[in-house]
Unconditional design. Structure first.
Ligand SMILES: [Zn+2]
Length: 252
């Protein structure tokens, strides 16, 4: 089986959409459908025929183009129950098939209660929506810190060389915040420099890799001794340390 081809495209202010394509079968999936025009342009530029749409959560910047694109392409629609236009409702632990590959569904509530992430173990690929960002995590609009920490812990159980696609280009701002709570982390310092160079050149910083996130993303590092000491929370539970990091980011 050939590796999937991947086409990432930007839309709206700082959103990323992704197309996945199997050149053997011609099948193509799109993660989220926040902007119908951008999706049409991405399909036109690749020449790929859309066969599936995977929705991560109900927010408009992930769903606003869903009904139009599904109607125009006839693509099968997968996602959380309650999202208008999703035909196949999914929940934690379920899976479905994309062109011979198993797609595992991980429920990662916190940013919203309905958040789903998609994992293709065969390709070491994960689509983390607005749960895990490069050096960041989603704001807690519907869930609480304990819930989000459990969701991030679930993602951290994926293999270290898993490639992570997330839904926003927030990385430069996330790097500045990360340095404010983890100032002596040399891997973080190096990465912040690399991110600044990428952004100066107009390049995306997504996708990322789980191992790099574990080294540099403060929201995955609530158990790290240096961060705990920096926050004066040496003996607090990990979820409380995470909550404090999230609280600081909200007002950074
Ligand atoms: Zn969202």
């Amino acid at each position: 089986m050939m590796a999937l081809e991947i086409h990432q495209f930007g839309y709206d202010q700082d959103n990323y959409g992704v197309l996945l394509h199997d050149s053997d079968s011609g099948a193509t999936a799109m993660v989220d459908a926040g902007n119908a025009e951008a999706a049409r342009a991405a399909l036109a530029s690749t020449g790929w025929q859309l066969t599936q749409i995977w929705i991560t959560h109900h927010h408009g910047d992930h769903t606003a183009g869903l009904r139009d694109i599904a109607a125009e392409t006839g693509a099968a629609t997968y996602g959380p129950p309650g999202v208008h236009g999703v035909a196949h409702s999914l929940a934690e632990g379920e899976s479905f098939v994309f062109t011979g590959r198993q797609v595992d569904v991980l429920a990662t509530p916190g940013h919203t209660l309905d958040m789903l992430n998609f994992h293709l173990a065969s390709e070491k690929l994960a689509f983390t929506g607005d749960t895990l960002f490069a050096m960041g995590c989603g704001r807690l609009f519907e869930g609480d810190a304990e819930m989000m920490w459990a969701s991030l812990t679930k993602l951290m159980a994926l293999e270290d060389d898993t490639i992570i696609y997330c839904s926003h280009e927030y990385t430069a701002a996330n790097a500045a915040f990360a340095l404010s709570v983890d100032p002596d982390n040399q891997a973080l310092q190096r990465r912040a420099e690399a991110i600044a160079e990428l952004r100066a050149g107009g390049h995306p910083t997504v996708p990322t890799i789980m191992a790099l996130e574990k080294e540099t993303n403060p929201f995955l590092r609530a158990g790290d001794a240096a961060i705990r000491s920096f926050l004066g929370m040496d003996s607090a539970p990990d979820s409380a340390v995470f909550a404090e990091i999230r609280r600081r980011k909200d007002s950074f």
